[in-house]
Design a protein around this ligand. Structure first.
Ligand code: HEC
Length: 179
């Protein structure tokens, strides 16, 4: 007969600690890649950049920033608590497969294919190995139906990583030049 060890004594201790900390759920780890949810109401946030043209990726992208990011400057970078949401739309194609363009000469937005979220806060990403750490930014990728996208989140870090001088935000200069 197998004897299973049930640490019954522990549960009340953990519950008491949670009560003392004044929260109903104990958050044991800072937010990691993949854990950052799509923020409710992000569609009403200010745009960081709109209709970003990515013919190389056959996409058009809309980038939103949470309202607090309005106070950021090119000198200060983005404060802890900043969240960006990027909608990636497939660009429409012509019948011959070439990229379609609208009357304004720009790519035409088709289906939404991904929602990328990145956010920074104190202690976030602390478990990321140093060579891949992007300050305290963490990344998440979602499908339009709200489910997790099967994307490898290490690739997000690898591509944003060289941009430390602009807070790991690729179109930083373009954004601040337009303010
Ligand atoms: C090959 C390089 C590359 C990879 C891989 C990549 N990004 Fe980015 N990311 C960019 C560029 C460049 C932009 C600026 C917009 C544009 O040109 O499409 C950007 C913009 C963003 C933005 C908007 C805020 C900002 O920093 O401008 C978010 C959010 C974002 N990426 C999240 C992700 C996530 C999540 C992943 C992984 C699933 C990822 N990125 C993978 C290059 C990359």
């Amino acid at each position: 007969m197998k004897i299973r060890f049930e640490p019954r004594g522990l549960a009340p201790v953990v519950a008491a600690a949670a009560l003392l900390a004044g929260c109903s759920s104990v958050s044991l780890a800072p937010t990691r890649d993949g854990e950052l949810a799509i923020p409710a109401g992000y569609k009403s946030w200010p745009k960081f950049l709109s209709a970003v043209q990515r013919p190389d990726a056959k996409q058009v992208r809309e980038i939103y920033m949470d309202p607090a990011a309005r106070h950021a400057s090119a000198q200060s970078g983005f404060p802890n608590g900043t969240v960006f949401v990027m909608e990636n739309y497939a660009a429409r194609t012509n019948t011959d497969g070439s990229l379609a363009s609208g009357p304004d000469g720009k790519l035409v937005k088709g289906d939404l294919v991904r929602i990328f979220v990145m956010g920074k806060n104190a202690g976030w990403g602390a478990d990321v190995p140093e060579p891949l750490r992007n300050g305290n930014w963490v990344y998440a990728a979602w499908l339009p139906n709200g489910q997790k996208a099967p994307d490898d989140l290490a690739t997000c870090r690898a591509c944003h990583l060289p941009l430390a001088s602009q807070d790991f935000v690729p179109r930083y200069n373009e954004h601040f030049a337009r303010r």
